[in-house]
Design a protein around this ligand. Structure first.
Ligand code: 9UX
Length: 67
């Protein structure tokens, strides 16, 4: 299992947490949002999903992901 931290801007309410964690779980990874830090801790199996796909899933929900 690979772990990474993704910096995300614009997470400001509890529904944001659900939207982002839901989007990550839809593609077969696990995400845990830390709203105060503007960070998402992600865990994923590199043979199944790439970090770039996780970032794209978050962007597709309307958030800015830092490079
Ligand atoms: Mo809350 Mo987040 O009204 O995209 S859902 S700010």
């Amino acid at each position: 299992m690979q772990e990474a931290t993704v910096k995300v801007k614009g997470m400001t309410c509890r529904s944001c947490i659900s939207k982002i964690e839901g989007a990550i779980s839809e593609i077969g990874a696990e995400g845990s949002v830390n709203m105060e830090q503007g960070a998402v801790e992600v865990k994923f199996d590199e043979s199944k999903v790439q970090i770039s796909e996780i970032e794209e899933a978050i962007r597709n929900k309307g958030y800015n992901v830092e490079a």
